[in-house]
Structure formats: C-alpha cells, structure tokens
Design a protein. Structure first.
Length: 297
C-alpha cells in the first residue's frame, strides 16, 4: 500500500504548579522522539522555565532519549516545553500468506540471542506494571492460535479490544493495573495497550509498550484544536527477523502507520514515562499537560 510522507511539528508542554517553594528537583525527561523505522527526527528543542540544568543521560531500560533535569533553586512552578519536527513515511502493514505463524514467532523469540534494547527476548516476560493474568490470557487466546499468521492475528486482537472496551478517561489512573481495567471493560490507551501486551506475552510472544503521539483529524469543516492532543500508547509485536516490530493500536483498532509518532519503547509505561523524578517540597502539586501534533502543509 502506497503512502505519502507526512511532516509534523509536535509541541508537548508539561507544567507543574506547587503549593510552596520547591527547593530541589531531579527529573528524567523522555520527550525527544527516538529513531525508529519509518520516521526521521529533523529538529528538536527542549526549554525549561525557570531554567534548570540539563544533561544527556542513558536509558536504564527500553529505548528512549533521556535528558536529566536538575532544579536546585527555589521555584513555585516549572514548565517543560518539548518541540520536535519529524517526517513520518511508514507503510500500512498488510498481512501476507507467508507471514510467520504465532507459534513460529514464539520459537524464534526464545532462540534469539539479541539482548539489545530492541531484541525480542526482552519483551517476552511479565514486567512490573504488566504482570501475567489468567483471565486476560484466556480472553486474548481466542485470537492467538499458534498456527495463525502473526500480523493477521495481531490486528484481529487489536480490533476486538477496540470493540469490547469503552474509552473512558475517568475510569482509571496511571497506576491502575491491567486486571482492573479488564474487569471494568473501560479505560484509556495505556490500559488497552497493557491488556493486549498481557495476552500476547502469555502466549509466548514478544510485545512492547510504545509511547508517542497520534495525529487527530477533526470533523469535516471544523478546525483542529491546538493543545487538544495527548500522548498516546499502543503495542509493538515482534513478527520475526523479516517483518520486525509491527505496531498495533488497540484503542483505535488500527495499525501503526503514518499518523503515529514513536517517542519511546519499553516493557511498560514505568520504563519510558515522559517525565518522572523526585521533588523536595512540603506542599501539594498539580500538573497539566498540553500536546499539539500539527501536520505541515
């Protein structure tokens, strides 16, 4: 299937407001999109107000660009602005008769000696935020027969999750376990990705958690809402050496293609959270996030 390259400007703003002076903060920022097949990062800029000290760090796990931020002067607020320009040229995957089966994928992953951050063996087993669960495994197994083609089975499961689960941003929190979202049959993109990954790993398949952005297309005749976009999460399924990692979006029941921008890849959200760290202060804090994904004409 042919596609046309898409260029995007992505602006991601995170603002923290504190109830009192914060004397010290040390944060990990994973906001710069990584190199990934089908996308090229052309330009990137990170701004912190009030200014803090930044340095390049190494990802402890997963695939991410890490910036260390240290704020060691008292502040009452902190604004982190990440601006990226990318070109995305990614084909929509098409299942083929000669795709490896899920049984073959499982065997290839176990035999793999690739221990890099992109190696399939790293994504076979439970992780802290995505434990194994018998009920989720049984639900997903209906689409994961070992003799089934890997791409055809993957998109079938993504579309069933999209049909069976309701998108409800009030149903879950960032630390809600997959089992609870599965029980409610509702949640957000993080929940749906974690449920799908739970089922894939239970079937012996390498499945990774992808964090990034997706272009939102407004209804016909209406303008785009600047800042209305949000970070998105979906699933990467390793489909053998020839196919590599294939993206599946269970929130929307679609493939990862030209509308998806990969920011980071890990075993679960904890490894690749856009912002985390330690803040020393005695008062409460509030956080707001605004994301704008703007296609360039």
């Amino acid at each position: 299937m042919t596609t046309h390259p898409m260029r995007y400007d992505v602006r991601h703003v995170t603002r923290f407001d504190y109830g009192g002076n914060v004397k010290f903060a040390r944060c990990n920022l994973r906001l710069k999109p990584i190199d990934w097949p089908g996308q090229v990062l052309e330009d990137y800029r990170l701004t912190v107000e009030p200014a803090g000290r930044t340095s390049t760090g190494l990802a402890e796990a997963g695939l991410a660009h890490v910036t260390r931020l240290v704020v060691d002067t008292p502040v009452r607020s902190l604004t982190i602005e990440s601006v990226a320009r990318l070109t995305v040229d990614r084909l929509v995957p098409v299942p083929a008769a000669d795709d490896p089966t899920l049984g073959e994928i499982a065997a290839l992953a176990l035999a793999s000696r690739d221990l890099s951050a992109a190696g399939p063996a790293n994504y076979l087993f439970p992780s802290p935020l995505i434990p194994l669960d018998g009920d989720i495994a049984a639900y997903c197994a209906e689409d994961l027969s070992p003799e089934r083609g890997s791409l055809e089975a993957g998109i079938a499961l993504a579309r069933r999750i999209q049909r069976d689960f309701a998108f409800d941003p009030d149903a879950t929190l960032v630390d809600t376990p997959p089992r609870e979202a599965f029980r409610q049959r509702k949640g957000v993109c993080q929940d749906f990705a974690q449920i799908m990954i739970t089922g894939l790993r239970a079937a012996g398949l390498p499945a990774a958690y992808a964090s990034g952005y997706i272009r939102t297309i407004p209804p016909e005749g209406q303008p785009r809402l600047v800042g209305a976009d949000a970070t998105h999460a979906w699933v990467l399924l390793w489909c053998g050496p020839a196919r590599g990692w294939i993206g599946l979006d269970p929130t929307n029941g679609i493939w990862m293609a030209g509308d998806h921008i990969v920011m980071a890849v890990g075993r679960d959200y904890a490894e690749i959270a856009p912002v985390d760290g330690v803040v020393l202060g005695s008062q409460a804090q509030s956080m707001s996030v605004s994301v704008d994904v703007a296609p360039l004409s």
